[in-house]
Design a protein around this ligand. Structure first.
Ligand code: ADP
Length: 880
């Protein structure tokens, strides 16, 4: 018996112990352990949907542990037991539907499935379930299971995913505006009902603010809430405080209790109430220690209250967003920098191009000289200026000197060394010889850079080809000089010769001038080259191959067409065309012509000759300016030639005239003397016979004969003066007597004028008395003749310093200043030779001056038109 009892006791004991263990396990387990019973067993052969419906309809919690009750917000199992399944699990929730469906289809056995349930407060909880149904004869009666609360883990996972989503958006975005908008749309409604993001610009002002609300119609309301508080002082929360403090902030619960603390009439509070704000948190957007903006999250949903856990999450979110914003900015800055750099590069390239073009256009070569290494760098154009292929300049100072014309080289070297220590800016002008022998003028200007000890270390400079300008200067100087030569003499052959030799030293290597002679045709007057040997050689060639005057080129053509020939470039073909045979071609090739110009000497549109300029050794190419110069020179030369010819013609005419006068006066002298004698005989007879009528006529005839005689003698005198044969018979005589006697004779000749003698010389005079009487008579006769309306002539004699001065003053027509000198010239008359009021030949004063000069005296006149003239005669007193 006892043994039985024992066995039963042991079994009971074991059972009890097992139940205790079960209870202990259940109550101590952190897992929720439960048993659901069904009001009515469910037929497992029913369609799944029907079974599902039945599960939700008949299941109720029959048993659970405290741990499970706690998962729903209760503290004890009793508080939860009895709950019906739909109370805990929303039957509409898709996750739940799938969960139960799977439970059914798997034969009421399922592990590790999630359910979405609600706790006592209505908060969503997520549980992981393991469960098994008790089936007997195809009917399910109940289910046992365990569950674990994975809500936190789940939301952490979800948030992680959210963060990833956000990050993905952030990564691809480079547009701040778009990014913020998209992120705000992710946040709302997942994490907030409305969300505000503000971003600062570089100067720390809020540049952008976005508001997103789950209900788009409330966006404006949310926006105006911000407007209502943004400028309020002492704000404890919101965007401005976040930006100012750079710290996250949270108001977990916004309820009436809290709002009561504020002035209920303020717009801000009214708006908060209108929006139904429940909970709030905000985070600054910080990257690299700098506040870039801020975000706020607001909940208006029943029961969504933010926790510190949430704040932690949004802080992380904000960190990522800030990082992206910072990246966008950096990218933008970099982009801008790149663009700026690109722009600068572009401008720089443009400028360099412009500089290059300007240098090209201005013909400017650029060089740099490094004094320490003595390396000289030349720009491409510089090389071109020196006739070099790009990249072929050898790059030293010495090498440069080689290109300088031998005549300029030493000067430049000396100047260079003399100035380089003193001057920051230097400029030179010199000639260079290009590899092909061409001579060019260069203007060089350079800036010298010194070290602290004032040693030159570096120079930068430019070279400009100034040949044209230089040649223009040379040309105009040449033209001036040539003109001077042309007007220096009337011997045109000599002057042309001189002009040609001037030309070869300044404008061309060869200069040939030829003139057309009426009888002999074109005659070369001069051929010039600085090397006389070459001239000889060319003359020989010219003799062997005389230029054909009918040629269709060269001088012949120019003479014929009266147009210049201008060949800045001479090609071989041109030489071939001109050459008469192989030998001739060879000879003219030897000349090495590079440029030729031939201009006609034109006079009254007729060719009278030609000027030829040839450039050879200097390789100079004549320009249009040179051609103009040649034409100008030709014009002046033609005028000079004409002048010379006219002069020669007039000289010839004068000789003819003088010869004629001399012959005529000689021839006339004898018959006039006979006539005079004969008249005097007749006059004597008439006086004897008192034949008054005849006397009157004969006196008149006699007077005319005297005039004629005087004229003939004057003409004779002139030809004697011309031939230097005017003779003087010198003796001593009383000057005063000579004067008064002359006046007495002259007074007889004039009825109208009284000749008044003033003063005396009381001097003796040594000279040809008759000739001096001739002078006095001439001057007084003129005084009377040129003062027809006056009634006197004053003769004033004075003596001073052994010189007698006679002033013969009239009150007549006088004369202009311009004639005062000229009246003493041969045949010069103020009123011309055809004048009838004052007849005369213009020889009296000429002869008088001649006589006075021969007596060591002077003769001059002072006069003014309408007032009269005073002729002065000054003669030396006789010295014993
Ligand atoms: P002529 O009187 O025969 O023409 P002259 O040689 O004596 O030649 O004088 C030259 C010119 O000088 C004159 O033609 C006249 O124009 C000018 N002349 C000379 N004497 C006088 C004078 N007393 N008053 C004004 N003109 C004068």
């Amino acid at each position: 018996m006892s043994k039985q009892k024992n066995t039963a006791t042991i079994a009971e004991e074991a059972l009890r112990q097992s139940e205790d263990r079960y209870k202990a396990f259940i109550s101590n387990s952190s897992e929720g352990i439960w048993r659901f019973e069904l009001d009515k067993p469910i037929d497992t052969s029913l369609p799944v949907k029907k079974q599902l419906k039945a599960v939700y309809k008949y299941a109720y919690l029959a048993e659970c542990n405290d741990a499970m009750a706690k998962m729903y917000g209760f503290s004890k199992a009793e508080e939860l037991v009895g709950a019906r399944l739909p109370d805990l699990m929303d039957p509409q929730d898709q996750t739940n539907i799938a969960y139960i469906t799977d439970f059914i289809t798997s034969g009421y056995k399922l592990n590790g499935r999630e359910s979405v349930e609600k706790d006592k407060f209505g908060n969503t909880r997520i549980f992981e379930n393991n469960l098994v149904g008790i089936i007997t004869d195809g009917l399910v009666y109940r289910a046992w299971g365990t569950q674990r609360d994975i809500t936190t883990q789940k939301s952490a996972e979800e948030r992680q995913q959210f963060l990833e989503k956000v990050s993905n958006k952030l990564v691809v975005s480079l547009d701040q505006q778009v990014t913020l908008q998209e992120i705000a749309q992710l946040i709302v409604p997942y994490f907030a009902d409305y969300c505000r993001i503000a971003v600062l610009d570089k100067s720390k002002n809020i540049s952008e603010i976005t508001v997103t609300h789950k209900d788009p119609s409330k966006i404006n309301l949310a926006a105006s809430l911000y407007e209502s508080y943004k400028d309020m002082p002492n704000l404890t929360h919101g965007i401005p405080s976040l930006i100012k403090n750079g710290k996250p902030e949270i108001i977990p619960v916004i309820d009436d209790k809290l709002l009561k603390k504020f002035d209920s009439s303020s717009t801000m509070i009214q708006l908060v109430q209108k929006l139904g704000l429940k909970s709030y948190m905000g985070v600054p957007l910080i990257a690299r220690g700098k506040v870039l903006g801020a975000m706020t999250f607001s909940s208006v949903k029943e029961k969504r209250y933010y926790s510190n856990y949430d704040l932690l999450f949004v802080t992380e979110l904000a960190r990522r967003i800030a990082l992206t914003l910072d990246n966008i900015r950096l990218f933008k800055d970099a982009q801008e920098e790149i663009q700026e750099r690109e722009r600068i590069t572009e401008v720089l390239t443009l400028q360099q191009e412009r500089l290059h073009l300007a240098q090209e256009a201005a013909n400017i070569g650029v060089f740099e000289w490094d004094a320490i290494s003595d390396r000289v760098q030349w720009s491409e154009h510089m090389e071109r200026l020196y006739g070099l292929q790009p990249g072929t300049f050898k790059g030293t100072y010495k090498e440069w000197l080689k290109y300088i014309h031998p005549d300029d080289r030493n000067r430049i070297r000396d100047e260079f060394y003399e100035h380089i220590k003193k001057k920051a800016i230097m400029d030179f002008e010199f000639r260079i010889v290009l590899p092909d022998g061409t001579v060019e003028w260069i203007y060089s200007k350079q800036q010298v850079f010194f070290d602290k000890k004032r040693n030159p270390i570096h120079t930068i400079g430019i070279n400009i080809n100034v040949s044209e300008r230089k040649q223009l200067m040379i040309n105009s100087a040449f033209l001036a000089e040539a003109s001077k030569i042309l007007s220096s003499s009337l011997d045109y052959e000599t002057t042309l010769h001189n002009v040609a030799s001037l030309a070869v030293s300044q404008i061309s290597d060869w200069c040939i001038i030829g003139i057309i002679d009426k009888n002999a045709g074109y005659q070369q007057i001069t051929m010039q080259h600085k090397d006389p040997k070459k001239v000889k050689w060319a003359e020989a060639v010219g003799k062997e191959y005389p230029p054909a005057l009918n040629a269709n080129s060269g001088i012949a053509k120019v003479l014929r067409t009266k147009k210049p020939e201008f060949h800045p470039y001479i090609s071989d073909d041109m030489l071939v065309a001109v050459a008469k045979d192989e030998r001739h071609l060879k000879l003219i090739k030897q000349l090495g012509m590079t440029s030729v110009m031939i201009v006609p000497l034109l006079l009254h549109n007729e060719s009278i000759g030609a000027l030829t300029f040839i450039s050879s050794e200097t390789k100079r190419r004549f320009t249009k300016a040179d051609l103009s110069l040649a034409e100008e020179l030709a014009q002046r030369a033609a005028i000079a030639i004409e002048n010379a010819r006219l002069y020669k013609n007039s000289q010839d005419a004068i000789t003819v005239r003088d010869d004629f006068i001399s012959v005529a006066s000689h021839e006339l002298k004898t018959p006039v003397t006979s006539v005079k004698i004969f008249t005097q005989v007749l006059l004597k007879n008439a006086e004897k016979n008192n034949d008054d009528k005849s006397i009157k006529s004969l006196v008149k005839v006699n007077k005319q004969i005297d005039k004629l005689t005087a004229l003939i003698y004057n003409l004779l005198d002139i030809s004697k003066i011309q031939s230097g044969h005017l003779e003087y018979s010198m003796k001593q005589f009383s000057f005063d007597e000579m004067i008064s006697e002359s006046i007495e004779v002259l007074q007889h000749m004039s009825d109208k004028h009284t000749i008044i003698l003033e003063g005396k010389s009381n001097s003796l005079m040594y000279g040809d008395e008759d000739r001096l009487i001739q002078v006095i008579s001439n001057l007084i006769t003129n005084a009377i003749k040129y003062s027809p309306l006056a009634d006197k002539v004053v003769v004033h004699v004075s003596v001073s310093k052994k010189r007698i001065t006679v002033a013969i003053q009239d009150f007549g027509i006088g004369m202009d200043k311009e004639h005062l000198q000229k009246v003493f010239e041969r045949f010069y008359r103020v009123s011309g030779t055809t004048d009838s009021t004052f007849p005369g030949l213009g020889i009296g004063l000429y002869i008088s001056k001649e006589i006075v000069l021969r007596h060591g005296g002077k003769l001059w006149v002072e006069s003014s038109v309408g007032k009269g003239s005073t002729f002065y005669l000054e003669l030396p007193v006789a010295t014993k």
